[in-house]
Design a protein around this ligand. Structure first.
Ligand SMILES: [Zn+2]
Length: 486
């Protein structure tokens, strides 16, 4: 694209040591960086073409893609997981550079359905029409005035210093001096100033690097270096999680039974057989915005630069932000409207749907007139005033819920340690055993009751580990929570 919007960043590079010492940016760039925290995990994986490198998340995402529609409460539920909306999407469109695609909305194609006083739309593809139950597959774009504005950070001349691992502070002598000392830079003549140009592709690359390494800017500047990120040792954070979960005991109001096959030679989970409840917990993690996950998990050393970015927002004084609301959208990002799952054991706040807008005449005339309401008292469809209401994509038909949650009830799934999910079938089960070359006498069958603490462990483990189930459930096992049936 010739007229693609671009952003630039000044970076000071130690060419001998091949690393970025620090960079300086204006509010436009910082806004873009901060907006990463508002992106739901599923959307991050989609944007990075199923190659986010986040623990087992890519496997989980791919599994949902492979599952047929019949496993989900509604067709739209699958799309909600594969392309979760962001509650901040409207704001992100004001960014100077945006990784998101422009927001779409979907209407019913039938004239009869959209020329009424109550007209429904959805933000999710394949939502069914409230009136005729057909897919709402008329694609519209939100009217966007195209202005670029301050989104999170005040737009002024303030400059921000960004370190290689995404500590963001106001540029100051002290920060600069400290950083030079920290990195043992003695001769500043050896520092070269590079101007880094970012288009959408480069920004996605930065997002990807910043999720997996603590040297995001260096990796962008020296892509051949390939700094290997060492995964955190599970033992350390397992201890922290176990301690923390004790404090949450009061929330453990719900329980789920799962059936496990464990490899007794290495004490790893081979696979688990789970029902709808567990699948809904697991799948709905994809709708969590990155910032809300960081808030939940707290002091983890994983997720590359993202923890530093999150902490920087905490530490930056409110005077740098556009408003209290802007800061809290980053620190406690909410789920998009209708994306909440009421039984999610890790509570996640959902933002409220837009207040239905109303206009003179019907929506059909409004769209036909190129986004302007009718001027006559009542439109040609006989509608004086119409209301434009966002529809719940989980609503299967009219006002009856088929099932609560994303997944249809009365079905079981098989989940491997690295979160490949398939429908339960002997075929898949035997395939898992064969693939790992496992003999029956190496296996043990057990049942386990999961509580909130394990669901919490699972969220963290799946983001950093390739053996998420083993890591998340092992503490439970050793606490004799498992009922072995041999
Ligand atoms: Zn319709």
């Amino acid at each position: 694209m010739a007229d693609e919007k671009r952003l630039s960043l000044n970076a000071w590079v130690d060419k001998d040591k091949k690393r970025v010492v620090f960079a300086e940016a204006d509010s436009d760039f910082v806004d873009v960086l901060f907006s990463f925290l508002t992106i739901p995990l599923g959307t991050i994986i989609k944007l990075l073409s199923n190659n986010s490198g986040l623990g087992c998340m890519d496997n989980l995402y791919d599994s949902i893609k492979q599952l047929s529609d019949q496993h989900f409460s509604t067709e739209a539920c699958k799309n909600m997981l594969l392309s979760p909306c962001s509650a901040a999407a409207e704001y992100s469109e004001k960014l100077k550079l945006n990784v998101y695609d422009p927001r779409e909305l979907y209407l019913c194609k039938m004239d009869d359905c959209i020329s009424r006083t109550r007209c429904y739309y959805s933000s999710v593809w394949q939502t069914r029409c409230y009136y005729c139950d057909k897919f709402m597959d008329e694609v519209m774009q939100w009217k966007n005035d195209g202005t670029i504005d301050a989104v999170f950070v005040k737009k002024n001349d303030t400059k921000f210093m960004i370190t290689d691992d995404f500590h963001v502070t106001q540029s100051s002598v002290k920060e600069c001096y400290d950083r030079l000392n920290d990195l043992d830079v003695k001769d500043i003549n050896l520092l070269e100033e590079w101007i880094l140009e970012f288009g959408r592709e480069e920004l996605l690359n930065l997002l990807k690097e910043s999720l997996k390494t603590k040297e995001a800017l260096t990796n962008i500047c020296f892509p051949d270096l390939c700094i290997q990120y060492t995964s955190p040792q599970c033992n350390n954070w397992m201890e922290m999680i176990t301690n923390k979960s004790k404090d949450n005991a009061e929330f453990e109001i719900q329980e789920m039974l799962i059936r496990l096959i464990v490899n007794i030679t290495n004490n790893k989970v081979v696979c688990v057989e789970v029902g709808k409840e567990f699948a809904d917990q697991l799948f709905s993690f994809l709708t969590f915005p990155l910032g809300s996950v960081l808030k939940l998990i707290g002091y983890s050393d994983s997720f590359g630069c993202m923890n530093n970015l999150y902490d920087s927002i905490h530490e930056l004084k409110i005077k740098y932000f556009k408003s209290e609301e802007a800061k809290s959208m980053l620190i406690s990002p909410k789920l998009a409207p209708f994306f909440g799952y009421r039984k999610q054991m890790l509570y996640m706040e959902e933002s409220s749907p837009l207040v239905p807008s109303s206009l003179y005449g019907c929506q059909k005339c409004y769209w036909d007139n190129n986004n302007s309401p009718c001027s006559t008292v009542s439109c040609k469809h006989g509608v004086q005033q119409s209301h434009f209401i966002e529809m719940d994509p989980m609503l299967a038909k009219a006002d009856t819920y088929m099932d609560e949650g994303f997944v249809r009830s009365d079905q079981n799934f098989l989940v491997t340690d690295d979160l490949h999910v398939t429908p339960m079938s002997l075929f898949y089960f035997l395939q898992i055993l064969k693939r790992q070359g496992l003999h029956v006498d190496q296996l043990e069958y057990g049942e386990m009751v999961l509580e909130r603490a394990q669901v919490y462990n699972l969220l963290e483990a799946m983001l950093v580990s390739k053996t998420a189930l083993s890591d998340a459930l092992s503490s439970r096992k050793w606490n004799s929570g498992i009922v072995w049936r041999l």
